[in-house]
Write a protein that binds this ligand. Sequence first.
Ligand SMILES: Nc1nc2c(ncn2[C@@H]2O[C@H](COP(=O)(O)OP(=O)(O)OP(=O)(O)O)[C@@H](O)[C@H]2O)c(=O)[nH]1
Ligand SMILES: [Mg+2]
Length: 320
Amino acid sequence: MVFNTLSTNSTLPMSSMVDALLKGERWAVAKAISILEDDGIQAREIVEIIFKHSGNSRVIGVTGPAGAGKSTLVGKMIGVYRARGFRVGVLAVDPSSSISGGAILGDRVRMQEHALDDGTYIRSMASRGASGGISFALRDAIRVLDVAGFNRIIVESVGAGQLDVKISSIADVTIVVLNPQTGDSIQAIKAGLTEVGDIYVVNKADISGANALYNDIRALVAEGRDAVAVLKTVASTGKGVDELVDAIEQSLSRKLSNGYKEIIRKRVESELMDIVFNMLAKMVKERVGIEHEMIERVIAKEIDPYKAAESIVAKVVRYE
Ligand SMILES: Nc1nc2c(ncn2[C@@H]2O[C@H](COP(=O)(O)OP(=O)(O)OP(=O)(O)O)[C@@H](O)[C@H]2O)c(=O)[nH]1
Ligand SMILES: [Mg+2]
């Protein structure tokens, strides 16, 4: 089944693309991620083939409020990592891109000095339409970059509620970027970002208010958590980015030598749970649907919504 053609307008076999992917060829990376975003049968085939080769790269999540300077910072991180001999993949998760392409363009511009470097691959990802949620395509795109030899993979996402939590469950190290300009920085921290970050970055340290924010964050994250770093950067000039990469690498080695198996176990559990929920949701939608009659019965108060849902679920799932 592995040797199907890639698409109707391409005669290239899947095996050639995967061979090229394992050699780190960019066109194959691009093609594979596009197939994943399309979410068809070929997406499953790619994962089936590459999965056993994956797991060699470390994933760095970069999150925080809009405009914090994440993309600028990631651009500078690429430079530091390249200078240290790493190959860097960047996935910019862009939840708004279905509405506007502006953010994607902005990211490209900010990171474009690396666009011609073979050791760097930058890609914006829109959320996957039909099956809901970016996490499936994102996890698999990380695997694609991983097997293509990008040994540091940076995932940028706007800190907007649930997605932050997802990023921290996918990334090995999570960086929360804040800045003194946006008044929502402390709000963001109070809203739960304190639990997800391994490293907090006060970016735009060149503007006033940076020290106060730095002190606030230190006070907030210090409570009850070990090994959390708080750093200041000026992403636009690169100041502090070497130190940030040091902190990331320290955090990675600490995790790898202490409790990493448990992290992986939890990550696999949460991925399986996501896939199972998604499969069940699809089965309900495609095979059963919600019958008109059932809706009428709920409206008529003949049956409560939970009883109605139970009878629908029972049509799909039979307990063994
Ligand atoms: N003064 C100053 N400006 C910065 C710094 N870093 C980034 N900026 C500016 O802040 C603006 C937003 O930067 P981005 O890198 O696009 O921020 P972002 O967090 O990726 O934004 P979204 O992806 O839209 O959430 C840009 O105009 C940058 O030039 C910094 O350290 N100091
Ligand atoms: Mg950005």
